[in-house]
Each structure stands twice: as C-alpha cells, then as structure tokens.
Ligand binder design. Structure first.
Ligand code: SF4
Length: 278
C-alpha cells in the first residue's frame, strides 16, 4: 500500500507532449538550494490522483497525441519507494519515456532495479560535490553512496549527471575530479554519460555562499570536461527546452486541474508565495 506525496503542480511543455511531475519534500539541505519544493508544498496526492491529473490535462492540451516523455522531479522524488515505483509503472502506460531527476542518495541497486522493471528509461543524477567533507558541508550528507549509485546505474539505464558550478566552492578542481570519475565509469561500456554543468544562481540561493560564475569560468569548466568526456554540456535548467528563443513559458497544472501559462518570472514569483506544509 502506498500513500501520497505533496504535489504543488505538474507542468506541461509547449513544445511537445511532455510532462514534469514535481514531488515536494527533500532529504538534503543544500546551502545553494533554489528549489521552492524542498519542503512539503502543494496538495497531498496519491499516485492515482496524479495519473488522473496528467491524463486529463494532457488530453485537454495535446489532444490525441500520446505523451512522449514524463519527468519526475522535486524536491526529491525517491523519498517513498513504493510510491515512486508505482508512479513510474502507471506513467509508463501513458508516456513513451520516463525520466527520474534525483540527488541519488537513496537510489541503490535494488531500488533502481525495481524502477527499471516498472519502466524507467533515464536517471538524471545531481552530483553536487566531489570532495567528501565539502559534500557534507554543502548537503548535510556524505557522497559515498551517491558515487556508488551512479557507478551501479551505468549500463542499466540512460545516465545524465548534473553539477552546479559554484565559484570558490564547486569550481574547476571539483569539475575535473567528477569528470575523471565519470570517464572511468564510461570505460566499462559503450554508453556515454551526458555530463551537464549548470551555473550557480546567487540571487535564488537560500544561503549567500557565492556569486554567479563568469562565462569564462563556465567555458573553462566545459573544456575541462571535454578532455575526459564525449558528452559535456553547459546547461540551462531544462536542456530539452533550450531551442525556444522567445520568452519561454510552460503550462502549469495545479492539483485542482486549473491550467495556467507561466513564464519563468511568473513561476518564481508565484512559487515563493506557496505555503509550506508543517
Ligand atoms: S537536493 Fe535539490 S531540492 Fe534537495 S536541498 Fe538539494 S538542491 Fe534543494
């Protein structure tokens, strides 16, 4: 029996039939976190209620077109294993490709196996910091298990790894260590890992720990990754939506089924006002 997770909203893409499901609440306490969904926020929803909402609103918005992709994000989606496995299972019945976006701490071999069996196609791991002590300072947790979980996932599922470049904290040295680690894993097989570096956003961070990286720093980081890996990328928070040149917007679907087109600015301003559950 699985219960519910707090869901602030789901999001539909304007580009093609694609949905993001935000499960709020997180085990980590990252100092540079800029996710409004770190704490429980939104409405408590069972898997069935989430699937009903996805089906109804994607039918309304995309018509008969089948959902090409569903991305489960957070907060941290892995906090309740039964819930997540069942969500993947049900999503796979309606979407061609299912992606999990996770900090990776809880995603051990057995958990991943169950998710793959349920239909998971891709895992996007956040590998925040390489140095052990720095990782604990930044997230409140050790990174040993995350490294093991990434190693274990290789070859079983499409693998994407993300790191936020934080000047003076997670910069060139850290990126180089992580690139080496990932390139060693890649040597075990034919599959390439996509490694994406995102720039820190000081204005959104919970704690004032650094500034935004300069473009030159991001370029240097990119060239460091290129020395070791075939698939580096300088990221935007959603790489798959990058081709839109005009002011981007997405369709937010609230738990009561209301649809609203929001730009990134609307999204940030309105999310700040959402109430955290106690
Ligand atoms: S894992 Fe993500 S949501 Fe959780 S605290 Fe870190 S940045 Fe925030």
């Amino acid at each position: 029996m699985y219960g519910y997770r707090y869901v602030p909203f789901i999001t539909l893409s304007e580009l093609k039939p694609r949905v993001w499901i935000t499960l709020s609440g997180c085990n980590f306490r990252c100092r540079g976190c800029f996710s409004f969904a770190r704490n429980a926020i939104g409405a408590p929803m069972s898997v069935e209620a989430v699937i009903r909402l996805v089906k109804k609103t994607s039918n309304e918005y995309y018509g008969d077109a089948q959902l090409e992709e569903a991305v489960i994000t957070g907060g941290e989606p892995t906090l309740d294993k039964n819930y997540l496995v069942n969500l993947v299972l049900k999503l796979k019945e309606i979407a061609g490709y299912v992606v999990l976006d996770t900090n990776g701490y809880l995603l051990d071999g057995i958990y991943l196996y169950e998710l793959i069996k349920a239909g998971l196609n891709e895992v996007m791991f956040d590998l925040k910091v390489w140095d052990k002590k720095l990782h604990e300072w930044y997230t409140g947790y050790p990174n040993k298990q995350i490294l093991e979980n990434i190693r274990n996932a290789y070859g079983k599922v499409k693998l994407v790894v993300n790191t936020v470049y934080i000047p003076g904290i997670v910069d060139e040295k850290e990126i180089e260590y992580i690139s080496r680690f990932l390139s060693e894993i890649e040597k075990r097989g034919k599959e390439k890992i996509d490694y994406r570096i995102n720039g820190f956003r000081a204005e959104l961070s919970r704690e004032k720990i650094s500034r935004n990286p300069y473009p030159k720093e991001m370029e240097r980081a990119f060239s460091i990754v290129s020395k070791y890996m075939k698939n580096p990328a300088i990221g935007k928070s959603c790489m798959r939506e990058r081709e839109i040149e005009v002011k981007r917007s997405w369709i937010t679907v609230f738990s009561d089924g209301t649809l609203k087109r929001r730009t990134l600015d609307d999204y940030r301003a309105e999310n700040k006002k959402m109430k955290v559950k106690t």
